[in-house]
Write a protein that binds this ligand. Structure first.
Ligand code: NI
Length: 169
């Protein structure tokens, strides 16, 4: 297992089209282990494969219930939102969009179809905060960042800030 580099905005890999996963082998299991280690090291509550430079439809999300207890996570392969209802506004941040948190409007509840590490087809319905995390990570595998959901003013302010950092470094 090893911690992977997390790519940051405006790296083009975050916008690249991702491929479906059709082979459920040891390589995917190893990649998932790396992603989980990278997510907890950051630390974050979710990580999508494009964030470590892999253009495939794979996300990992933290589902730990007891903060003192053992870490638990969930792996979703080829996830897709198949139904949604309502809306909610909640604060988001992203390991690939440093130094920014903002309120984002999302669906209140969603149903996601996905595959597990063995390739079994599954479905999950959830709402509130966990639904936000899933929508955020599924956006990543569609080349979308939470930044894209903000007003054009907020987005351009952030772009200016990043440009300044890039010039300095
Ligand atoms: Ni993110």
């Amino acid at each position: 297992m090893s911690i992977q580099k997390i790519y940051q905005y405006p790296d083009p890999v975050l916008r690249k089209k991702t491929e479906r996963i059709n082979v459920f082998d040891e390589n995917i299991k190893k990649l998932v282990e790396d992603m989980v280690e990278t997510m907890y090291d950051a630390p974050g509550v979710g990580l999508a494969a494009p964030q470590i430079g892999k253009s495939i439809k794979l996300i990992v999300v933290d589902i730990t219930e007891d903060p003192e207890g053992e870490k638990k996570y969930m792996v979703m392969i080829n996830p897709e939102i198949t139904a949604h209802e309502g809306s909610q506004l909640d604060e988001e941040g992203c390991l690939s969009v440093p130094e920014l948190t903002a309120n984002v409007n999302r669906y209140k509840g969603i149903t996601v179809s996905y595959q597990d590490l063995e390739g079994n087809s599954l479905e999950l319905s959830t709402e509130n905060r966990f639904a936000v995390v899933l929508q955020h990570e599924i956006d990543h595998i569609n080349g979308v960042l939470f930044l894209d959901h903000l007003s054009s003013l907020k987005r351009s302010l952030y772009k200016k800030k990043v440009t300044k950092w890039l010039v300095k470094n």
